[in-house]
Design a protein around this ligand. Structure first.
Ligand SMILES: [Zn+2]
Length: 909
């Protein structure tokens, strides 16, 4: 095969690991090595035809591994299958082989492949076509096609009529297949297998929707006379059987969670950015560390995939790496060398930079900066070789949601073919896209869950070659928790994935969709006149009585037509002219995305579509004046046509990027259940007023900041005038108890304590509930929710004027935690229900922070640290005598107040 011998490649990786641990400002946390494991081969079962085996031989598979054989045996025995083995363990064979076999045995047999994204569906159809391509015994016998929003109508018809395999996504199934199942009768009546890949992505709210779509599919299949077998594939999670059962409403799953495929030796390195400013506890920026790590991997010519947590991080890292690749240096200074001088001091989150004793805070800094400072691009110190720039654009690529499909296909191909050497990506590349093997994976920040960590890390490694994963931690609380206790990562099983298919907010709209597809019906008690139809009166997870109750409720509210038959039976029909599936979006938003259009009149590119942006992100990234980064290039938004959902941009070589400033208003709606579980009684000064309920969140974007690349210095502001966005969700709140108010008399300290506590509560909640930090949001208001609700705001990002902060805390600071999903997923209410033990976890996390004075990990980045100014805490006598830095004093006070706040919460809950 012409591979480098393992020993040689191992030595090369060891060398790279050593070179990374040598980097300045990076602390090594741990290195874990997993030895290689030999594979265990199995045999093709006798029921798999020789021609099918030959098809696999053409792609280099002579026989299945033992675990694949076990899967095939289970299917032959009529059972449903869950494959929950590591990345690249050959899960696709376990569905490709039986589907081919079925098509061979019965030309009318059909299979439905369900993938969470269009891109994956296309990828897998291509892989399937390769199996039955030219020079294979099944050439021309088995057809496969995709069915998604981009499929032209004539191809859709052809796929429906002739394809043995149709690959689609849950959204298409929900909107285009099920409501028109009459047109699909040939396909549905022949349906032998339903393949559900990337099972673990169907969790939370999206998973709960898909679970209901599948229940609708089973009804429609039963109507057309089929009961397909299920083959589901998942990344490693703790509960694959439970997830498959609750998603699919089926019980008899064979679970295969041990792979017998061979794996090469794996090395996993965790590094932590060093504290570069002992005064503030600020660590070296993790993206800068990631950039330095990637530099070493690039020098060793390792093909690397770098996972970032945000789209912005992808764009910044791509830009910086390209500059490094073509030799552009920031004033000839290596990014990892310690710096001197005011402008090159280390920067913390949001661009915080400690300065002299007079000017502190972003607003003050801004006033002190001469405008001439950012006129000339500082990074272009000398002429840059255009050939090197072009080369850098080919070898360093960005990849994220929002790129157009053809753009993404091109990057995937460049990675597969070896032209792209470093690809920075969001989780868009986490799923099983065919990008070939990689030498190394870099995780810029802890991905949030162990399951996602292993899934992403599994992208490294070609066959049995050694592979390397490097995780660069950030200063976020969960990251620093991993640093303090790496066994959290290496010693614990992956997380559970959960969904709640019977959540009424989700179930009810799907019952309406289902009634449109096929009416529900119930026989009168004791009646035996009709043959029982499984689709007629059943719904996975509900008893007949529960289903009847739910439908009755809809009937009473006029959402369904309820008819009493002469024999006493009941029927429920859909009513109205609207198409119910159109009003239900599986992924949370019904609003159309924005498109980014190039606006250069008179040039060939005029009108070209560059990218897509989710509706919710439009006001943040596409307001007039915004800089929209796209794979290393920068475009300025000229105008935003809100109604047409189009942003007109032109390429602009600028030295800054933009960040929208957000104001949030949170209001609790009816359904508020106040004070559940509060231990202290009414009138007790320790009592924590708290509750949960439905919340109405309004997000306004009043303006934006201009931040310089590399240094994140704030170099300007601009106003934004766009409609506000609304979110109806579920929230929990906790108000400060009276005893805490009495103790924290100063409004500035109240405000900081509330902001720091909200930060800690949100991050610990994500840890405890095993969700992503971005699934939850926090806000702080100056009073409890009243009968008319409360208007409140919460800062997002940095740059908040201190006057607002003190206004905010004039009353009783109240912390809100809400689910950042329309309708909510019950996360914030779960955190609330945990009560005192939850706050004990928060306290342990804050106390466990290793900093001396309060750092971004424990107190967050929103506290106002304008110490010594009119809003700062009064320094103690000792602090005055010691002439301590006012910033350090402010941080220490904030940390002490944070601990006192959480202790007061524990005391009063
Ligand atoms: Zn800290």
């Amino acid at each position: 095969m012409g591979r480098v011998p393992v020993g040689h490649a191992s030595a090369r990786l060891d060398h790279v690991v050593a070179s990374i641990t040598d980097l300045e400002d990076i602390d090594l946390v741990t290195v874990r090595r997993t030895p290689p494991r030999a594979g265990v081969s199995g045999e093709w079962p006798a029921w798999i035809d020789a021609r099918v085996r030959q098809c696999f031989a053409t792609i280099g598979v002579d026989r299945p591994y033992a675990h694949q054989q076990r899967g095939l045996d289970a299917l032959h025995a009529g059972r449903d299958l869950v494959l929950a083995t590591a990345t690249a363990s050959g899960k696709s064979l376990c569905y490709q082989a039986p589907v081919l076999q079925a098509a061979l045995a019965d030309p009318a047999a059909r299979a439905l492949f369900l993938f969470p994204t269009k891109a994956l569906a296309r990828d897998q159809v291509e892989a399937f076509r390769k199996l039955v391509g030219p020079n294979t015994p099944l050439q021309g016998c088995v057809g496969a096609g995709t069915y998604d929003g981009d499929t032209p109508p004539d191809q859709r018809r052809a796929a429906r009529a002739r394809a043995h395999v149709i690959a689609t996504n849950p959204d298409m199934l929900h909107r285009a297949v099920l409501p028109h199942h009459d047109r699909w009768s040939a396909f549905l009546s022949g349906l032998r297998y339903v393949v559900i890949d990337e099972l673990h992505t169907y969790r939370g709210v999206f998973g709960s929707h898909v679970a209901n779509v599948l229940r609708r599919l089973w009804r429609v299949c039963a109507f057309h006379g089929s009961r397909p077998q299920l083959i589901t594939c998942s990344a490693t999670i703790a509960n694959p059987r439970e997830l498959a059962a609750s998603l699919c409403a089926r019980e008899d799953f064979e679970v295969i969670d041990q792979s017998s495929a061979p794996v090469g030796p794996r090395t996993f390195v965790v590094v932590n950015p060093a504290v570069v400013d002992p005064l503030t506890g600020v660590r070296r920026d993790y993206l800068k560390c990631t950039r330095a790590v990637l530099g070493r991997l690039r020098a060793a010519d390792l093909t690397t995939l770098a996972f970032c947590r945000t789209r912005k991080a992808v764009e910044l890292l791509t830009r910086y790496l390209r500059e490094d690749e073509c030799g552009v240096h920031e004033r000839d200074r290596s990014p990892m060398q310690p710096t001197n001088g005011v402008n090159q001091q280390p920067l913390g989150p949001g661009g915080f930079r400690p300065q002299g004793k007079t000017a502190i805070g972003p607003w003050a800094r801004l006033q002190n900066q001469p405008a001439s400072q950012f006129r000339r691009p500082p990074e272009h110190a000398g002429p840059v070789d255009p050939g090197a720039v072009a080369r850098a654009r080919r070898t360093i690529r960005g990849y994220r949601g929002g790129y157009l499909p053809e753009h993404r296909r091109e990057i995937e191909a460049a990675l597969r073919e070896g032209e792209a050497k470093v690809v920075t990506s969001t989780n868009a590349l986490e799923l099983g896209m065919d990008i070939g093997g990689l030498d190394a994976v870099v995780l810029a920040g802890y991905p949030g869950t162990r399951a996602a960590t292993w899934q992403r890390s599994g992208r490294a490694g070609r066959r049995q070659d050694p592979s390397l994963t490097i995780m660069v931690l950030s200063s976020r609380p969960l990251d620093q928790f991993v640093c303090a206790a790496p066994e959290f990562l290496f010693g614990e099983p992956p997380e559970h994935a959960r969904l709640d298919a019977l959540n009424p907010e989700i179930l009810v709209p799907h019952l309406r969709c289902a009634a449109y597809e096929l009416p529900f019906g119930f026989q009168a008690p004791g009646s035996v006149s009709e043959v029982e139809q499984p689709w007629w009166s059943s719904w996975g997870g509900l008893t007949t009585e529960e289903l009847a109750g739910a439908l009755d409720y809809l009937g009473e509210r006029g959402a369904l037509l309820r008819e009493q038959e002469a024999d006493g039976g009941l029927r429920f029909y859909a009513i109205g002219s609207a198409f119910p599936a159109d009003a239900v979006d599986l992924r949370g938003s019904l609003e159309e995305n924005f498109t980014v259009v190039e606006d250069v009149p008179g040039r060939a590119e005029h009108g070209r579509i560059l990218a897509e942006v989710d509706f919710e992100d439009g006001p943040l990234y596409l307001h007039p004046g915004a800089i929209y980064p796209l794979e290393g290039k920068t475009y300025e938004v000229r105008r935003l046509d809100w109604d047409e959902r189009k942003a007109y941009v032109h390429e602009a070589a600028v030295t800054y990027y933009t960040e929208a400033v957000c104001n949030l208003r949170v209001r609790m709606l009816e359904g508020d259940r106040s004070d559940e579980g509060s231990g202290a009684s009414q009138g007790d000064p320790r009592r924590v007023p708290s509750g949960t309920g439905y919340a109405h969140v309004v997000r306004a974007v009043p303006g934006f900041k201009k931040l310089r690349f590399r240094t994140h210095e704030n170099v300007g502001f601009g106003p934004v005038k766009l409609p506000d966005l609304e979110l109806h969700t579920i929230a929990a709140y906790w108000g400060f108890p009276d005893q805490l108010l009495a103790w924290l008399g100063d409004p500035h300290r109240r405000s900081n304590a509330a902001l720091a506590a909200a930060h800690a509560i949100r991050h610990v909640a994500a840890m405890v509930l095993m969700c992503e930090v971005q699934d939850l949001c926090h806000a702080v208001t100056s009073g409890l929710p009243g009968p008319d609700g409360v208007t409140a705001w919460a800062p997002v990002g940095f740059g908040r004027p201190p006057a607002e902060a003190s206004m905010l805390a004039s009353g009783r600071p109240t912390i809100y935690l809400y689910d950042d999903l329309p309708g909510g997923a019950g996360l914030s209410t779960q955190a609330h229900a945990l009560g005192r033990p939850f706050f004990e976890r928060v306290l342990a996390a804050v106390r466990g922070c290793g900093c001396a004075n309060g750092c971004p990990t424990c107190i967050g980045t929103e506290v106002a640290l304008d110490a010594g100014g009119s809003f700062g805490p009064t320094p103690t006598e000792a602090e005055r005598v010691n002439l301590e830095h006012p910033e350090a004093v402010a941080r220490r006070h904030a940390r002490a107040d944070l601990i006192a706040t959480i202790e007061a919460m524990i005391d009063g809950l």
